[in-house]
Design a protein around this ligand. Structure first.
Ligand SMILES: NC(=O)c1ccc[n+]([C@@H]2O[C@H](COP(=O)([O-])OP(=O)(O)OC[C@H]3O[C@@H](n4cnc5c(N)ncnc54)[C@H](OP(=O)(O)O)[C@@H]3O)[C@@H](O)[C@H]2O)c1
Length: 259
């Protein structure tokens, strides 16, 4: 699991772990299992109420903090002068990992609130709270506006074989940004898709593996599947030992384009 995406001088582990709904002791066990398997890119958010659990798993792994790429997100109702910094400081305390690697605005608010939040994210970089900043669920006009105020590294958006992100991908590539793909397995729906089942069989891989490989073969795209069980975590990590042909890549792209 050493494949990484290089953007400027940054190296982001291509395959991440989504942690939404991983909670408490069982959640911590899943994140610990993931780290043991080799996951180093961990995606959390204030909204998930599990930053402390994610931080515990990281510290208990005994691995060097520098090996990890930890993303967290601030909820739009906190894009105010009064709330923003205290909320970031709360994330830092809960994660207890020294710093955040990538701090995102979870969803856009109105333009004025987004502008303020971007200015405050710049301050977070200067204070050493986070190394990188970015946004999530921003459309292209909002992303362009954010980039005028801060050094946006990433837009995290919903992306899977049923969601067409052609335009956003073009913008991401033109500007050498990272696209983090959330809900990459369409919450498990991909596994029941007969076209994907047939294609996965051709590669002797599971549908989840096929779909995750499809992301890995796209430039600057990092999928963050959530998995609770060790079986799924392991299965999802085994996507670096085969290559999908260009023609089969297009077959998967076409699932979204047809809709
Ligand atoms: N920025 C945003 O607004 C936003 C929004 C939504 C999500 N996210 C992030 O994206 C992450 C992933 O999205 P998601 O959790 O919505 O959906 P997802 O990753 O597409 O799907 C998760 C579901 O797929 C199942 N699964 C995982 N691996 C599997 C496998 N190999 N075989 C069969 N089933 C498998 C999981 O089951 P088990 O748990 O039983 O393994 C779980 O039910 C979230 O955890 C979160 O970090 C961000």
């Amino acid at each position: 699991m050493d494949n990484s995406i290089e953007i400027g001088k940054e190296k982001v582990p291509a395959l991440g772990l989504g942690t939404y709904q991983l909670m408490g002791k069982s959640g911590e066990q899943s994140v610990s299992d993931a780290i043991r398997i080799g996951y180093r890119h961990l995606d959390t958010a204030q909204y998930y109420r599990n930053e402390e659990m994610v931080g515990n798993a990281v510290r208990q792994s005994g691995k060097d903090r520098k090996e990890f790429f930890i993303t967290t997100k601030i909820w739009p109702t906190d894009f105010t002068k009064r709330s923003f910094m205290p909320k970031v400081e709360q994330s830092l305390r809960e994660l207890n990992a020294g710093y955040i690697d990538l701090l995102l605005l979870h969803w856009p608010a109105d333009d004025n609130a987004n502008d303020l939040a971007c200015d405050l994210l710049n301050e977070c970089i200067h204070k050493g709270y986070t190394r990188l900043v970015g946004v999530s669920n921003f459309g292209i006009p909002q992303l362009k506006r954010a980039r005028q105020r801060m050094p946006v590294f990433c837009n995290q958006v919903e992306y899977n074989p049923y969601v067409d992100q052609t335009e956003m991908l073009e913008y991401i590539h033109d500007n050498n940004l990272l696209m983090t793909a959330y809900t990459p397995l369409a919450r498990g729906r991909v596994n029941k898709d007969s076209a994907l089942v047939e294609l996965a069989g051709k590669y002797e891989k599971s549908v989840s593996q096929l779909v995750l490989r499809w992301f890995i073969q796209q430039k600057n795209v990092s999928p963050i599947p959530k998995a609770g069980s060790e079986k799924h975590l392991l299965e999802n990590s085994q996507v670096f030992d085969f290559i999908i042909t260009d023609s089969d890549m297009h077959t998967i792209f076409n699932l979204a384009i047809k809709k």
